[in-house]
Design a protein. Structure first.
Length: 304
């Protein structure tokens, strides 16, 4: 009798194993019946963002309202550093993630296999520029400083080079910018063409605290100081950047993302500063995912 009981127990154990195996796939709700990953469920219907109030954060909140397929989604707003940490972990483990991304940024140098999701409703706009803005009266007060700032222009790759170098080495962006100026003297000479020595004239630039704007501001600071100007870079919130130039509290900024990202701040102050035009072309913002995610458009995501 004991042998029969043991034999029955063995058979039941085998049956239990088969039942568990048959049900094994049902625990992963992010995998559909066809075996394909449901990326929306895999990321818990959450976009990883940056600081509240940033232009791309505002655009993402608008996207959640405008795209019906993003109904029930959230955007996790914290900091650029926190977003990059989550991105690094996801890529290391080849896990799905949706982030707010932008060029120029060193993330694309560190993780080249990233892609923007198509934005059919153009919530994030198309290609953007970074424009230089000057306070009213700067051209009369200091025509040489005005001319130098007006003639400053560079490429997305230049800015990303500085940002990536700072991230990789741990060196402050201001120091990396100084070295970049020394290594690219031909570019600096072009910006300074026709500009007289500054003779110690004090110039203040407003910048956001983000690495992209810190890179351009500190490059111009180092370049202008080569030509005798005394330059201060003041880092403030993006709204204050526009307000401080419009009020004349600072002389200029290089940090205006247009036509979309900073449109709200630009339009509120545009009568009280001079737009000198783009200092960098080819900027972009949007939702970004790793290449290994098999989606191409915001509309490929699914409502919660």
């Amino acid at each position: 009798m004991m042998k029969k009981v043991k034999g029955l127990g063995f058979i039941l154990s085998i049956l239990a194993v088969f039942l568990l195996a048959a049900c094994g796939g049902s625990d992963d709700e992010s995998t559909g019946e066809d075996g394909e990953t449901n990326y929306s469920e895999a990321v818990d219907h959450t976009i990883i963002g940056i600081e509240p109030g940033a232009g791309i954060s505002v655009a993402t909140e608008n996207a959640l309202e405008e795209y019906e397929n993003l109904d029930g989604w959230d955007v996790e707003l914290s900091s650029t550093g926190a977003m990059m940490s989550e991105l690094g972990t996801a890529i290391e483990n080849e896990e799905p993630i949706v982030i707010t991304g932008w060029n120029p940024h060193w993330m694309f140098a560190l993780y080249p296999d990233m892609k923007y999701l198509e934005d059919p409703q153009e919530i994030y706009g198309g290609e953007e520029t970074l424009n230089s803005l000057a306070r009213l009266g700067l051209e009369d007060d200091n025509p040489d400083a005005y001319q130098f700032i007006d003639q400053f222009e560079w490429e997305v790759e230049d800015m990303e080079e500085i940002m990536y170098e700072a991230e990789e080495t741990g060196e402050d962006i201001e120091n990396v910018a100084v070295q970049w100026v020394e290594d690219n003297q031909d570019r600096v000479d072009a910006w300074a063409e026709g500009v007289n020595d500054g003779n110690g004239a004090e110039i203040e630039l407003a910048s956001t605290p983000w690495d992209s704007e810190r890179a351009s501001s500190n490059v111009v600071k180092a370049a202008m100081e080569q030509h005798g100007f005394e330059v201060t870079v003041t880092e403030v919130d993006v709204a204050v950047v526009f307000e401080s130039v419009a009020s004349g509290d600072v002389d200029a900024t290089l940090a205006a993302w247009l036509p979309l990202t900073h449109s709200e701040f630009y339009e509120a102050n545009q009568d009280n500063f001079e737009d000198l035009g783009p200092n960098l072309e080819g900027a972009r913002i949007g939702l970004v995912v790793p290449e290994y995610m098999d989606i191409d458009s915001i509309e490929d995501l699914e409502a919660n």
